[in-house]
Design a protein around this ligand. Structure first.
Ligand code: ADE
Length: 428
C-alpha cells in the first residue's frame, strides 16, 4: 500500500453553499431517527475503530441517509470522501452540513454539469482510496481505466445497485476485476426492501412532486418488472392507476400477469399510456418509435440508475419546441403538435424530483454497506478478485435488528423442528 500524496491531502470540498449547513444538520438528524440498525453499527464502530487509517471514497447519492452512512464510516476511524453518483441527486444542505458539522469532505452540487461530475470522480481518485463504496460502478471503472497505478492500494469495493453489479460481473468475466467486490444490492435486506418498497414509494413521490397529477384512473406503464418495477407497479395500483407492465423476461412477465397487471409489448403500451416509468437498467427502452405513438400529454420518466433508458436525443430531434414548465418537468412539442413531458431530465426521478428512498429502507441498505466495508477490511489479503455476495449471517442479523427496532418479535425453531429440518428419514 502506498502512502498518500500531496494531492490527496489537499482535497478541497466543493458544495453549493456552506450557509445551508444548519438546515442540512436537521435533515441528517431527522433521517437518523429512522436508521436504528445503522446507528447501532456506528456505536460499535466508534468503540472498535475498524477503519483506522483506511481511505474510503463513497460515490453515492448525497442525501441525508447517505450522510448517516458517511458518519458511520468516519466513526469507525475512516478517512472518508463523498462524491455524488448522479448530477441531480445531491441535497445541497446535507452536503454543506457534512463538511461543516461532521468534518467529512464532499464534492457534490445539485445540478452539476457532467464535466463537474467527472472532475469529482477524478478528485476521488486523487484521494487514493483503499476502499471504493460505489453506486453504479463509475469510480471503480474510472480507477481501473484511467489510474491503474492506484490498483495496488485497493482492498476492495462495494456496490449499491443492480446496474453496478452487472458492470462488475462483466469486469470479472473479462478478467479485469482487480480486487474483491461486495454485491451489496444482492443482500435480501437490500433489494427486497430498498428496490421494491423504496423505489416503489419514492418514484411515485417524484412523479407527484414534479407534476401534481392525479394518478387514480390514469394508465401508468411500468417498463421492467424487476424488484424496482414490482414496487412501482404495486404502489401505482394502490393509488388507483391502471397499471400496464412491459417486460422482456418471460418469467417476470408471467409474474406480472399473475400479480394482476396487463402485460404487452412497449409499442402497444406506448399508444395507451398516460405515464411511463422505466426501471430496466437497459438502454433506450423507450425509443423514437415509441415516442412517435404516444398521446398528447404523455408523461415520461426514469427510475433506473443511468439516464439512458429514455432515448432523449431522439425525442429532442423530433421536437420543434422545448419548454421547462415546472422544476423537473420539460415539455417537448412535436412537429405534429403532440406534447410529451419528461421528468427530471430522464435521470432518477425519485432523487431528482423528490428525496430518494425513505431513511427506514436506506437503514438496511447502508447497514449492508457498512458491514460490507468492514468485511473487506477485516479480510484484507484473504479474498479473491471476484464479486462476493453479502454473507447470509449479515443479512439475517440486519433483518433481526430491524425487527427488534420495530418492536416485532418472531418465533424460533424448537429443537424438534430443527431436527426435522436437518433429517431426511422422516416422511409421511
Ligand atoms: N438511493 C435511493 N434513495 C436513496 C437515498 N435516500 N439515499 C441514498 N441513495 C439512495
Amino acid at each position: 500500500m502506498t502512502s498518500m500524496t500531496e494531492n490527496s491531502t489537499s482535497l478541497q470540498p466543493e458544495i453549493k453553499d456552506p450557509a445551508l449547513a444548519p438546515q442540512g444538520k436537521k435533515q441528517i438528524e431527522w433521517a437518523d431517527r429512522d436508521m436504528p440498525v445503522l446507528s447501532l453499527i456506528r456505536q460499535r464502530f466508534e468503540k472498535e475503530q475498524p477503519f483506522k487509517g483506511v481511505r474510503i471514497v463513497a460515490c453515492a447519492h448525497v442525501t441525508k441517509e447517505t450522510a448517516n452512512l458517511a458518519r458511520t464510516l468516519k466513526a469507525g476511524g475512516a478517512n472518508a470522501l463523498l462524491i455524488a453518483s448522479n448530477p441531480l441527486s445531491t441535497q445541497d444542505d446535507v452536503a454543506a452540513s457534512l463538511v461543516h458539522d461532521y468534518g467529512i469532505p464532499v464534492c457534490a452540487i445539485k445540478g452539476e454539469s457532467i464535466e463537474t461530475y467527472l472532475k469529482h470522480v477524478k478528485q476521488a481518485l486523487d484521494f487514493e482510496p483503499h476502499i471504493i463504496l460505489d453506486d453504479g460502478s463509475d469510480v471503480v471503472a474510472s480507477l481501473v481505466k484511467d489510474r491503474p497505478e492506484l490498483i495496488s492500494n485497493m482492498m476492495g469495493s462495494t456496490e449499491e445497485t443492480t446496474t453496478g453489479i452487472v458492470r462488475l460481473e462483466a469486469m470479472e468475466k473479462d478478467g479485469k476485476l482487480p480486487w474483491p467486490a461486495m454485491a451489496v444490492n444482492n443482500a435480501q435486506t437490500k433489494h427486497f426492501f430498498d428496490n421494491r418498497y423504496g423505489t416503489g414509494q419514492s418514484t411515485i413521490d417524484g412523479i407527484l412532486r414534479a407534476t401534481n397529477i392525479l394518478l387514480s384512473g390514469r394508465t401508468l406503464v411500468v417498463v421492467g418488472y424487476g424488484w424496482c418495477g414490482k414496487g412501482v407497479a404495486m404502489r401505482a395500483k394502490g393509488l388507483g392507476a391502471n397499471v400496464i407492465v412491459t417486460e422482456v423476461n418471460p418469467v417476470r412477465a408471467l409474474e406480472a400477469t399473475m400479480d394482476g397487471f396487463r402485460v404487452m409489448p412497449m409499442l402497444e403500451a406506448a399508444v395507451v399510456g398516460d405515464v411511463f416509468v422505466t426501471v430496466t437498467g437497459n438502454r433506450h427502452v423507450i425509443d423514437k418509435h415509441h415516442f412517435e405513438k404516444m398521446k398528447d400529454g404523455a408523461i415520461v420518466c426514469n427510475s433506473g440508475h443511468f439516464d439512458l433508458e429514455l432515448n432523449l436525443d431522439s425525442l429532442a430531434a423530433m421536437a420543434k419546441e422545448r419548454d421547462v414548465l415546472r422544476p423537473f418537468m420539460e415539455q417537448f412539442t412535436m412537429k405534429d403538435g403532440r406534447r410529451i413531458l419528461v421528468l427530471g431530465e430522464g435521470r432518477l426521478v425519485n432523487l431528482a424530483a423528490a428525496e430518494g428512498h425513505p431513511a427506514s429502507v436506506m437503514d438496511m441498505s447502508f447497514a449492508n454497506q457498512a458491514l460490507a466495508v468492514e468485511h473487506l477490511v477485516t479480510n484484507k489479503g484473504q479474498l479473491e478478485n471476484k464479486v462476493y455476495e453479502i454473507p447470509e449471517d449479515v443479512d439475517q442479523e440486519i433483518a433481526a435488528l430491524k425487527l427488534k427496532a420495530a418492536g416485532v418479535a418472531i418465533d424460533v425453531l424448537t429443537p424438534e423442528m430443527t431436527e426435522y429440518m436437518n433429517s431426511w428419514e422422516v416422511g409421511t
